[in-house]
Design a protein around this ligand. Structure first.
Ligand SMILES: C[S@@+](CC[C@H](N)C(=O)[O-])C[C@H]1O[C@@H](n2cnc3c(N)ncnc32)[C@H](O)[C@@H]1O
Ligand code: SF4
Length: 315
């Protein structure tokens, strides 16, 4: 196999601070080790990285966290990226802190994709995301829709909220949203001890997405974002598994708040290096052996849904 010259997709966990404390948060925002909360990458460290990623011809940048809107330099970082050549620059936010002014600034700074998380209608969402947060997020979504009509909602489904998602989808369609991904919870971080969705539940969700897409015709695009599953089969291998199994040879990479680099934020194994010690290009090229030595196969541990929090390595 030839050296992959750059990851296609690069995810930046820009902060682990957050104004919410969601029950399923894989980033464990709000209870993250101090070494990941303090000494976040500075504005210059982030923009230097973006410049390097651009030179390496990375296509797709996603900024997430924690809650990225809490970074006071977020607009500056996005504005910096506007002069680079990424095909997409995406922000994932809980939406609750997005005023109309912020939405406008994000657009003018050069952001081209936005995802907002909402996990159910009011009481269902607030049980997961905290009291009052449905209303705040909905206001943020309305503000964002004025500037980002292609905004997408991300809805994480657990055994507690999955039955509620069709009502949420219909509500979103009325609000003027046009896209939503429903995503089975991954058993990481605060969701480590949750029961995952079983294959019957996932097949039910899939059947509902078909019905809803048909009902909402071309005005809405609802996607079951579950790359592991093979639709319609008895999916024994995904029973209770909520993993995201991707090829580990270099389609993506992630930096976290302290500069540590991983291949994949969800089952990332060892870190490849740290930006404060080496340039990303050197880390990438030196990790060739690590990235190519074997294709990832689903382990028994992953099959059983017992994915541990390897990525964050939080004590
Ligand atoms: C970690 S959050 C960070 C951005 C922002 N704070 C938010 O909530 O959108 C990014 C996305 O990951 C989702 N997420 C969090 N924990 C998850 C889990 N255990 N499994 C799947 N998705 C999860 C969130 O719901 C959100 O859509
Ligand atoms: S999912 Fe997002 S909003 Fe919720 S606690 Fe995690 S980082 Fe914060």
């Amino acid at each position: 196999m030839e050296l992959v010259s750059a990851p296609v997709r690069f995810v930046i966990d820009i902060t682990y601070r957050c104004n919410m404390h969601c029950t399923h948060c894989h980033a464990k925002a709000g209870e993250v080790a101090p070494r990941l909360l303090e000494n976040e990458l500075t504005t210059t460290e982030v923009t230097d990285l973006l410049k390097e990623l651009d030179e390496m011809k990375v296509f797709d940048i996603t900024i997430t966290g924690g809650e990225p809107i809490l970074r006071s330099d977020l607009i500056e970082i996005i504005r910096y990226s506007r002069n680079l050549n990424f095909s997409t620059l995406t922000l994932i936010t809980n939406g609750s802190l997005v005023s109309e002014e912020t939405a406008k600034s994000l657009l003018h700074a050069g952001l081209n994709q936005i995802r907002v998380s909402l996990d159910g209608l009011e009481s269902v969402n607030d049980e997961i995301r905290g009291p009052g947060n449905f209303e705040k997020a909905t206001k943020g979504i309305e503000n964002l829709l004025k500037f980002f009509p292609s905004l997408k909602i991300l809805t994480v489904l657990t055994r507690k909220n999955y039955k509620n998602f069709p009502e949420l989808t219909e509500y979103l369609a009325e609000l003027g949203v046009k896209r939503q991904d429903v995503i089975p919870v991954r058993k990481l971080g605060r969701a480590s001890s949750m029961l995952g969705l079983c294959s019957q539940e996932i097949n039910w969700i899939y059947a509902e997405t078909l019905k809803l897409n048909q009902k909402l015709k071309n005005s809405f695009c609802l996607v079951l974002n579950c790359p592991m599953m093979r639709i319609g089969t008895e999916i024994a291998e995904i029973k209770d598994v909520c993993g995201y199994i991707e090829d580990d040879r270099g389609s993506g990479a992630t930096v976290i708040t302290n500069g540590d680099i991983f291949l994949n934020r969800l089952w990332g194994k060892e870190k490849l290096g740290n930006l404060r010690e080496n340039k990303f290009r050197d880390i990438w090229e030196r990790s060739f052996q690590e990235r190519t030595k074997k294709k990832h196969t689903i382990t028994d541990k992953e099959k059983s849904g017992e994915l541990t929090n390897i990525y964050y390595n939080i004590p």
